[in-house]
Design a protein around this ligand. Sequence first.
Ligand code: 13P
Ligand code: SF4
Length: 307
Amino acid sequence: MHKELKQLADEIQELRRKRNAVILAHNYQRDEIQEIADYCGDSLELSRLAAESAADVIAFCGVHFMAESAAILSPDKTVLLPNGDAGCPMADMITAEGLRAKKKELNGTPIVCYVNSSADVKAESDICCTSANVVSVVNSLPGDSVYMVPDMNLAKFAAKKTDKKVDWWKGFCPTHQLVTPSEVRGMQEKHPGAPLVVHPECREDVLALADEVRSTSGIYRFAEETNAKTIIVGTELGILYRLRKQNPDKEFILLSPNLVCPNMKITTLEDLRDALRDMKHVIRVEEPVLSGARTALERMLAVPRDN
Ligand code: 13P
Ligand code: SF4
């Protein structure tokens, strides 16, 4: 390891002990953040870890809604977002006010809220979901229809896997939305026979060309299960670090060079060190939003994974 990185890593280890902190990192984080984290995972796994952790402090290397979910599920712990600017543009595509207005038209149709959303929006929803459990969550609800927020691509994916009528808010992930079918066909021609595994935040016409649609952790499982030696991966760049480390005999090709989420890349080791040293940026959710959002998240945690 580079000398400065090694020194930073040592400082973080020391602070982690001093603060009795656990470091959680999403699968899209920079390589060096994934390397130093206690746990890496998808949104669902990290929510569970946050809820179950015995640490006093959770340093959440991800984006704001993830740290917020941790703060909702562990209100007695101090949750830190090491870089306070790490947001999610998809989460910002809906407000609680906008959802309240929509609900007036929905006559009690249950609202399924992707965790990529603010606590205020979760509090207005019946249940949360992630890309790892969306179909089971939709099917767990009473009645024959659901309304999904904020990701239209995840909603369209779920609609094809359930008998329920699914309608949706028209949000999307600006990073995954950039991938086009012609880009996919180009990669498939370049690597004939290589399976394509994509995240359900990709466009519907991209999902139609994929062999598998999985959450980020589902993509790790697929990589281990498949006999293929070359795999095309349609999600954010950060996933490649552990895919390559855990499967040295396999080749992983990123579907598009545009698959880089600037918000997931903003957190550095310096940010993590400063956060643990100065106890910043503390993420807190106040009542009544806290209780409403917690109910939606806890209902989700009671549902099994799809992938
Ligand atoms: P996962 O829950 O699959 O890890 O995805 C989170 C995310 O932000 C994808 O853009
Ligand atoms: Fe949000 Fe997309 Fe980045 Fe995930 S990849 S954090 S959905 S902008």
